[in-house]
Design a binder for this molecule. Structure first.
Ligand code: FPP
Ligand code: MG
Length: 326
């Protein structure tokens, strides 16, 4: 499946984007500028797509204010994390353009992230208490995931630890998207748990695919430098599986101040491609998406709507998370 087959519109997404833009308003024009810059770089908007699609599959109207609000809130939180993450990673590019951190500097980008997070909480505070609580949980997990992700030269990482980090830094917002849709649809506690867990599995799979794309996708497609996870000596799942192969090159991931030149990165990428790390990571992502789909099908409410347009689209989104190329 190529990204060309990605549907252009999801009911409610245009309204969500409008709601997000309205939240960029500020007495300080610089905050609006940084926020609009990142937003206008584009992006998949997969998190609000999931909440909107699942919500509609479960019978909520596409114009339901609460569904639009949580969808916008989740994307605002995501945007805030990207601003902060690019400072931490010193990322030169994001979505084919200079990152906000490079364009506006780390100080203004940091504050703009705080601004977007505050705006998100303004929006989400209008929602039922359980969704506010889950939003706080997701934000706390985002910070935990980010701080737990320590470069490999500082700390070793097991696959189990990787899964915890990916759950926190990436899957927490997928989980929130699913929880909120299930809650607003009035599902039982048991069904909310099942559907949230499905979101969590999907989110981890999304991160595993991110790690794979870092190796196999070129800059023109991905919009950011290839091999960045090697440069940053990150505990990505591909790097962890590569380390298990004990090749001469992989050892550099654990060496402090190792000079990871562009030539070295090219050789390392080829070494990974020739080994089994990528196929092991793909198997893991497939397993996670399979588990997510199975969980969804243990929800009586979802089974009822699985044949509908929205139900099928949600399944498409899950497959897309697996087969995307950027
Ligand atoms: C991207 O990972 C980073 C995240 C998904 C999480 C970032 C979280 C924080 C910076 C904590 C701040 C939290 C809040 C609530 C503002 P990546 O570097 O692997 O992906 P990338 O290649 O797209 O940069
Ligand atoms: Mg990053």
């Amino acid at each position: 499946m190529s990204d060309k087959s990605f549907p252009q519109s999801v009911h409610g997404l245009a309204e969500v984007e409008q709601l997000i833009r309205e939240k960029f308003t500020s007495d300080a024009p610089r905050l609006s500028e940084v926020s609009a810059y990142l937003f206008n770089l584009g992006g998949k908007r997969i998190r609000p797509m999931i909440s909107l699609t699942l919500g509609q599959a479960l019978g909520i109207s596409s114009s339901n204010t609460q569904l639009l609000t949580i969808s916008a809130g989740i994307e605002l939180i995501h945007l805030a994390t990207l601003l902060h993450d690019d400072i931490i990673d010193k990322a030169p590019t994001r979505r084919h353009k200079p990152s906000a951190y490079v364009t506006f500097g780390s100080d203004d980008t940091l504050i703009a992230g705080d601004f977007l997070l505050s705006r998100a909480f303004g929006l989400c505070s209008t929602l039922p208490a359980d969704i506010v609580r889950e939003t706080e949980r997701a934000c706390v997990e985002l910070t935990e995931g980010e701080i737990l992700e320590v470069p490999l030269y500082k700390q070793a990482c097991t696959t189990e630890q990787y899964l915890i980090i990916a759950q926190k830094k990436t899957a927490s917002l997928f989980r929130l998207a699913c929880y909120a849709a299930a809650s607003l649809a009035g599902l039982s506690e048991n069904e909310k748990v099942i559907i949230s867990l499905a979101g969590e599995k999907l989110g981890i799979a999304f991160q595993v695919i991110d790690d794979i794309l870092d190796v196999i996708s070129d800059e023109a497609t991905l919009g950011k430098r290839q091999g960045q996870d090697i440069r940053e000596q990150k505990p990505s799942i591909v790097n962890l599986f590569w380390l298990e192969e004990k090749s001469e090159h992989s050892k550099s991931l654990k060496e402090k101040n190792f000079n990871l030149s562009d030539d070295f990165i090219s050789v390392a990428l080829q070494d990974i491609i020739n080994g089994s790390a990528l196929s092991k990571a793909k198997d893991l992502a497939q397993q996670l998406v399979h588990e997510a789909k199975s969980l969804l099908y243990t929800s009586a409410s979802f089974i009822k709507v699985s044949g509908t347009k929205e139900g099928q689209f949600l399944e498409f989104l899950m497959q897309y998370a697996l087969e995307r190329v950027k």
